[in-house]
Design a protein around this ligand. Sequence first.
Ligand SMILES: [Zn+2]
Length: 88
Amino acid sequence: MFTQPEVEWDDTEQEWMRARADWRENHICPLCGYPKEYCQAPETEFELAEPKRIRCHITTRLRDAQKAYASLPTAKPEGLLWVPEFRQ
Ligand SMILES: [Zn+2]
């Protein structure tokens, strides 16, 4: 059956991780990853230039494959894990 995993961190380390998670939740924007004090400040709207677009080719290839698969009549996309394969 299942085994109980061993605790890797002691109480102090666990408290550090909890404090870090609390800090991230309160100070980091979940959308952009920047500090909320900056990205949500009204004046930031006027400081931003046009964003750069950088393509992730792995995500693009995975999304294309997922769309092609989803169009099949027998597709069951729920529960699938998609893993990139690299040509030899
Ligand atoms: Zn943000």
